[in-house]
Design a binder for this molecule. Structure first.
Ligand SMILES: N[C@@H](CCC(=O)N[C@@H](CS)C(=O)NCC(=O)O)C(=O)O
Length: 121
């Protein structure tokens, strides 16, 4: 816990610049939020080589993700179909809720140098 006077001093006019900090806590939080990692989700099935390759690509980049195994169907499969209308195959990769397709799609993005920015890298 930082004492109130010290906190005030940190964000006082002039003091912030000299310490390389933002001028006020709100601005500091804004920067913090924009630096947060996007949420990556992947729908997979057991024994699916494209799923393995998609996860491997994300693993190689050190990107954490949430995996939903829909091998047995169930509500998560239904959820995938609602979030990715027309999805016929797995994997399906979503970043911050936006569908980016399967392995071929994220691999193509990666080769074009466009995947890292999507992943916040
Ligand atoms: N081009 C797709 C191919 C994906 C694919 O063919 N997935 C197979 C499993 S490895 C699939 O979902 N087949 C239909 C099914 O299992 O219902 C990709 O790169 O993700």
């Amino acid at each position: 816990m930082i004492a109130a006077p010290a906190f005030k001093a940190l964000f006082a006019e002039g003091a912030s610049e000299s310490r390389g900090l933002c001028k006020d806590p709100a601005a500091k939080m804004e920067g913090y939020v924009s630096m947060s990692q996007p949420k990556v989700e992947i729908y997979t099935k057991w024994g699916c080589p494209y799923c393995v390759m998609a996860k491997s690509l994300l693993d190689d980049k050190g990107v954490p993700y949430e995996e939903y195994d829909i091998t047995m169907g169930g509500p998560k499969r239904q959820e995938m179909l609602e979030r990715v209308p027309g999805a016929r195959t797995v994997p399906q990769v979503l970043v911050d809720g936006t569908p980016y397709g399967g392995f071929d799609d994220i691999d193509a993005l990666n080769r074009a140098g466009k995947l890292d920015p999507v992943l916040g890298l």
